[in-house]
Design a protein around this ligand. Structure first.
Ligand code: CP
Length: 334
């Protein structure tokens, strides 16, 4: 049994096989092939979702599997994760019991559990998610945890195979956002681009550097794949050379658990928004974003409406990436 917390736990061979299968499924399009009629999938969403939830439900349905949606705190008991606490607050159920029970019903579980911004190291180490993995007796698929979003990065890799950029320069650009957002997509995007051999630049203000352990992992992947990893805070220089501009907002770890201080730092960079001017007048660069996106804040509407934007392709490929993952964890072959 293999969980999917991050692609770091899977081999390069597994990654390439899954990517090829997801590309094949995407090329075929919507395809109902009921090969999992004896399977069931529980989807546990501690946080909201549009794409992940609907594409995961559809992926399972197209394979013929039964799906149940479980939303703790909304028709389902609030859950506690800490050990050795007296549970006299709002949480009526501990995750050890909850996932011990769910993994007796379902053949796989998908879990979305964002960063809580309380303790950086706890979020970086995926402390809560790892407790869920430990309590589960069936494969658990990460549908976005504190630090990783593997389903998004597999789908994005499919889009880059389908729409090959004109060159290898991949800029992961921090963008302003009115709220502090988790680092999961940024981390997974960096690792995906490194794994795929791009010349990656993490473009961010100094206070928004990504985690050193993730940067080191990305460097190792880039070394193996023949790519490179750089960091910069020079928007003009980085964006003017990019072949892919992947925009994403994330929180500053310099004030991770102090939301007021973090907001003050972030407010200095409200002009970090991708404009038509950043994209250039040629078809030099693709624009990418995982969605949801705030128009006029993260990116100008004109960019999203232009032929240079892959955001809808990225969302479409979530379906095929997740179908390939379900086939793999259920051993269905292709
Ligand atoms: N990109 C993504 O995961 O979208 P949702 O939050 O809507 O699922």
């Amino acid at each position: 049994m293999q969980h999917l917390l991050s692609w770091q736990d899977w081999t390069q061979t597994q990654w390439h096989k899954l990517l090829e299968r997801a590309c094949e499924l995407s090329f075929k399009g919507h395809h109902w092939q009921q090969r999992a009629i004896d399977k069931s999938l529980g989807l546990v969403f501690f946080n909201p979702s549009l794409r992940t939830r609907s594409s995961m439900e559809l992926a399972a349905a197209q394979l013929g599997a039964h799906v149940s949606l479980i939303e703790p705190g909304s028709g389902v008991w609030d859950m506690e994760w800490r050990d050795d606490v007296i549970m006299d607050g709002t949480a009526a159920e501990h995750i050890e019991e909850a996932f011990g029970v769910l993994s007796q019903y379902f053949d796989a579980l998908g879990v979305r559990l964002f960063a809580d911004f309380h303790h950086y190291s706890q979020n970086r180490d995926e402390t809560i998610f790892k407790k869920i993995l430990k309590a589960s007796k069936v494969p658990v698929i990460n549908l976005e945890s504190a630090f990783y979003h593997p389903c998004q990065s597999l789908a994005d890799a499919v889009s880059l195979r389908q729409y090959p950029p004109q060159g290898k320069k991949f800029v992961l650009s921090w963008c302003y956002h009115p709220k502090a957002l988790p680092m999961a997509v940024a981390n997974s995007t960096l690792l995906m681009a490194a794994r795929e051999g791009y010349e990656v630049t993490v473009l961010r203000p100094d206070e928004f550097a990504l985690d050193p352990e993730v940067m080191t992992s990305a460097q190792q992947l880039a070394d193996d794949a023949g790519g490179s990893i750089h960091e910069s805070s020079d928007r003009t220089q980085s964006l003017s050379q990019a072949n892919v501009i992947y925009a994403k907002a994330w929180a500053s770890k310099t004030a991770y658990s102090d939301s007021e201080k973090e907001q003050v730092i972030r407010a200095n960079y409200q002009d970090w928004r991708i404009t038509q001017n950043d994209m250039g007048n040629s078809d030099r660069a693709w624009f990418m974003h995982p969605l949801p996106v705030r128009r006029g804040v993260v990116v100008d509407t004109a960019v999203l409406k232009s032929d240079a934007s892959l955001h809808l392709s990225q969302a479409r490929n979530r379906l095929f990436a997740q179908k390939a993952i379900l086939e793999t964890v259920w051993g269905l072959g292709s």
